[in-house]
Design a binder for this molecule. Structure first.
Ligand code: CP
Ligand code: NVA
Length: 338
């Protein structure tokens, strides 16, 4: 239990390990608190007078909306700099952009490919920088996901087991592996050997688990990996920035890792819940879904529609919790003590 309130003012969130376990848990507690306040119609205006830059070098629905609504809810102002909409990258370096935006804004969100870019921004902006997704990490997603797990489990978090199936090298998989390890949970990554997390990420997870008591498993055996899990989690098989030409190869590798009714049943847990950071390819209602159906005859990729639409699916709770936990992150780092 957290006894003192961590002081995160002025801090950046570039990866999960920027936080101690206590700080991480504090942010999800604060996320739950601001969720209750919003539901009660309270508008404390804790970001009044604060200006926030949102740099998106990749597209977004949830992350952008969460930052914008969270800021507006609390009286803050946002400036959205979307893909190709600023000088960044073409005419101006990250280092120069950081020094400009740091003179104008109180906090900066960054989504792009290179982790190095968000780190350079933080090093030179002089104001808190929040990683809204890079190829390596997706820390604001993790705050929402762990809050969602806590909402949907009666167990203490350290007794909770979650298993991620799919592309084990992407940002979401890396972040899930490291977050569960930081918090002392039972965390499993299930992926074909060629798509398992980099050794450096596995080493980091194992060193965190030495302190936290986490149980960390990386394997390719679906039946063993999902046994006893409280939550099954998956993500898109081809992430933003990866060449579309890779789809067929990726489908061939990952079809055995699709989360479907059989995999849910293999947990042996009738209360198992399904999670996904979204967006998800679970039917033919998207351009990519249609293209893949035309080429391969598949109606769903990483998750079967039957699971996605089932009562076990908590994906929209996750999506909503992006708002509350991102608000908590901004309040804690630039809003003063809430
Ligand atoms: N989960 C997530 O980051 O969604 P967006 O890409 O829509 O922001
Ligand atoms: N792994 C996905 C996550 C999207 C939120 C991607 O990077 O596209």
């Amino acid at each position: 239990m957290t006894t003192t309130i961590p002081d995160l003012r002025g801090r950046s969130l570039l990866r999960e390990t920027d936080l101690t376990a206590a700080e991480f848990l504090y942010l999800i507690d604060l996320g739950a608190q601001v969720r209750s306040q919003k539901r009660a119609g309270q508008r404390p205006n804790r970001l009044a007078g604060r200006s926030i830059a949102l740099i998106f070098e990749k597209t977004s629905t949830r992350t952008r909306s969460a930052f914008e609504v969270a800021a507006h809810d609390e009286g803050g102002h946002v400036t959205y700099l979307g893909p190709g909409e600023s000088q960044l990258g073409h005419k101006e370096s990250v280092k120069d952009t950081a020094r400009v935006l740091g003179r104008m804004f109180d906090g900066i969100e960054y989504r792009g490919s290179a982790q190095r870019a968000v780190e350079t921004l933080a090093a030179y902006a002089g104001v808190p920088v929040w990683n809204g997704l890079t190829d390596d990490w997706h820390p604001t997603q993790m705050l929402a996901d762990i809050l969602t797990m806590r909402d949907h489990s009666v167990k203490p978090l350290t007794d909770v087991c979650y298993c991620y199936l799919g592309d084990g090298r992407n940002n979401t998989a890396n972040s899930l592996l490291v977050t569960g390890s930081l918090l002392g949970m039972d965390v499993r990554i299930c992926a074909p050997e060629d798509l398992q997390p980099a050794q450096s990420v596995q080493d980091l997870a194992r060193s965190l688990s030495d302190t936290s008591g986490a149980r960390v498993t990386v394997s390719s055996d679906v039946t063993a990996a999902v046994a006893g899990a409280d939550f099954l989690y998956t993500d898109v098989w081809l992430s933003m920035g990866e060449p579309e030409s890779q789809w067929d190869k990726r489908i061939d590798m990952l079809l055995p890792y699709q989360v479907n009714a059989k995999v849910m049943a293999a947990t042996g847990n009738p209360g198992v819940k399904f999670m996904h950071c979204l967006p998800a390819l679970h039917n033919r209602d998207t351009e990519i879904g249609q293209q893949i159906y035309a080429r391969r005859g598949l109606t769903a990729l990483e998750v079967a529609d039957q699971v996605f639409e089932s009562s076990a699916s908590i994906v929209f709770d996750q999506a909503e919790n992006r708002l509350h936990t991102i608000k908590a992150t901004m309040l804690a780092t630039i809003g003063g003590r809430p």
